[in-house]
Design a protein around this ligand. Structure first.
Ligand SMILES: CC(C)(COP(=O)(O)OP(=O)(O)OC[C@H]1O[C@@H](n2cnc3c(N)ncnc32)[C@H](O)[C@@H]1OP(=O)(O)O)[C@@H](O)C(=O)NCCC(=O)NCCS
Length: 152
């Protein structure tokens, strides 16, 4: 549990949070993670962290650190609360936690069709490494993913 001020705090996600996480996931993404995807991440021991405002779950990230590399698997802010600096705060907190854990590099993939997330990552110093063809499912087919990374 970590207080961030402004009634905001971070805590580990548990299976009791899955309904609230899915409710955000399904509003935020056209191709959301399933309950099973989330449960698997919890079971695999991925870092699954909730951003809370008082008692309300308003965002989360899911990541995995392998040796010195932290890999962001999901980051999401409740659509009702986007564009208030919360995504940036959560991304910073993820990098801080990863560095404390011993990671020296942060890596992520983002859909080519997601300019909001790309702008966030660029703002925080991520650089484009490569493009993965057909990496993501869409409602009608596939789309490319951009791989971005930075030192932390
Ligand atoms: C991407 C996401 C996490 C950003 O969270 P947020 O709280 O809305 O973002 P912030 O308010 O912290 O914005 C920080 C920066 O990101 C960029 N940004 C965020 N939303 C943006 C948008 N809609 N259009 C353009 N730039 C945007 C801007 O550079 C912004 O800095 P600025 O406010 O100085 O312009 C949020 O849009 C989200 O949850 N989207 C759905 C899930 C998703 O796409 N996750 C990423 C998967 S790779």
């Amino acid at each position: 549990m970590k207080s961030l001020g402004r009634d905001l705090w971070l805590r580990p996600m548990s299976s009791a949070d899955l309904d609230a996480v899915l409710a955000i996931e399904f509003r935020a993404y056209s191709v959301p993670w399933s309950r099973n995807n989330l449960a698997e991440s919890l079971a695999y021991g991925h870092h699954c962290v909730c951003l809370m405002q008082e008692q309300r779950l308003i965002g989360y990230y899911i990541s995995q650190t392998i040796v010195d590399e932290a890999h962001l698997l999901n980051i999401c802010i409740d659509p009702d609360l986007q564009r208030r600096g919360l995504g940036e705060l959560l991304l910073q907190e993820w990098m801080l936690a990863a560095r404390e854990e011993g990671a020296s590099r942060a890596l992520l993939e983002v859909r080519v069709s997601n300019p909001a997330a790309q702008a966030l990552y660029q703002k925080l110093g991520f650089q484009l490494l490569s493009r993965r063809k057909g990496y993501y499912r869409t409602l009608t087919g596939k789309e490319d993913g951009l791989v971005m990374a930075r030192t932390i």
